[in-house]
Design a protein around this ligand. Structure first.
Ligand code: FA5
Length: 341
């Protein structure tokens, strides 16, 4: 190995550093290590040749060669560790802890479910226990037991979805739960029956082909229409606070007398809008005193027992609570709407 001057050592170091920088694998670096600082490497041989130079130049050149050797060795080792660490990360799948996380979308109950739960909670508080019935119902429980004989014109009150077997249908209201419970239990009973119902009817801003109802009924020895009004007023003021109510006479084959309850429209403040059909009032439920024939059909003595029943429309109640002017919004599943609740 020819002797190197200090300037040549500097140039050699610069050239070696470039090679180290551009090496892309630990193997390439290992070759460079052998080339420069290995047992027969350029710098090792140059150090061995020190003995041949003049004693006055020897310390300076010796020092330059030594520090070049140490520095290149360090640089090669550092770059090797860097490349090995990068290779390990790629092999494992790199995970950067400093990146912000991916936000999770948190769901919540549908507004109709929320309103349904709130109504059930209020009536449970007034002593009603909860019962359920099937959505695919028999003609008997949906109609006959409730005093709608076959071919009775009152069946036209609700356009019914029949299943292929015409004895089975999608229940048009939750009132069949009355007959189902009466058959199994003896008074006194105080029941709340929430559930989905179906009607083959025209869809518009306030009516849909499926909606939620909540049936309530109370049978005991001494139950009056005043009790019915009292319980419904208590519900309306617990749920809405301050709204006006009115009872209108109505007809249902399974109650006598029958009524419908309206509340003053919260959307237009009673002035009239498309939801209240420009009347200022919105019907939220049907109700009445249970017809003696319904009691006879289930083996209760109408001379002994009296009862009231009511059927609330949950969708209409939710519309009034949240001032929603179209029932279809509940069923379109548009997240921009649903996320508001
Ligand atoms: C009934 O369904 C009776 N079963 C209620 C009843 C129960 C009366 C017990 C007497 C004793 P009606 O068809 O009026 O009644 O419906 C009750 C409520 O359901 C209505 O007041 C209204 O709030 C709601 N409702 C009726 N039709 C629709 C519809 N297409 N879309 C949304 N809500 C409706």
């Amino acid at each position: 190995m020819a002797l190197l001057s200090e300037g040549e050592i500097g140039q050699l170091v610069l050239a070696a550093e470039k090679e180290i920088e551009s090496a892309s694998t630990p193997e390439e670096l290992s070759t460079l290590k052998i080339k420069y600082v290995g047992r027969s490497g350029i710098l090792t041989l140059a150090l061995r040749g020190l003995k041949d130079i003049s004693p006055e130049d020897r310390p300076k050149v010796g020092q330059a060669l030594n520090s070049a050797k140490v520095s290149l060795e360090e640089k090669i080792d550092a770059r090797t560790s860097e490349l090995e660490a990068a290779a390990r990360k790629t092999a494992r799948g790199f995970f950067d802890h400093t990146l912000p996380g991916t936000p999770y979308f948190l769901g919540h109950p549908h507004p109709l479910v929320q309103v349904n739960r709130e109504i059930v909670r209020i009536f449970n508080f007034m002593g009603f226990e909860t019962a359920t019935g099937p959505e695919i119902e028999t003609d008997y429980y949906n109609f006959e037991a409730l005093n709608f004989p076959k071919d009775h014109p009152a069946r036209d009150m609700w356009d019914t979805f029949y299943l292929q077997d015409s004895e089975l249908l999608l229940r048009t209201h939750t009132s069949p739960v009355q007959a189902r419970v009466f058959e199994k239990r003896k008074p006194p009973i105080k029941i709340l029956a929430p559930g989905r119902v179906y009607r083959h009817e025209a869809i518009n801003a306030r009516s849909y082909y499926t909606f939620l109802q909540i049936e309530g009924f109370y049978v005991d020895a001494d139950v009056s229409f005043a009790d019915l009004k009292g319980v419904l007023h208590a519900f309306v003021s617990a749920f809405y606070g301050d709204v006006k109510t009115r009872f209108r006479p109505s007809f249902f084959p399974f109650t006598e007398p029958s009524a419908e309850m309206d509340i003053s429209c919260t959307i237009c403040g009673g002035k009239g809008c498309s939801v209240c059909k420009y009347e200022g009032w919105l019907e939220i439920l049907g109700c009445g005193m249970i017809h003696p024939q319904v009691f006879r059909n289930v083996g209760y003595d109408p001379e002994v027992w009296r009862g009231y029943a009511f059927g609330l429309g949950v969708d209409r109640i939710a519309m009034q609570k949240y001032r929603i002017d179209d029932i279809r919004l509940f069923y379109e599943n548009d997240l921009r709407f649903l996320e508001q609740f």
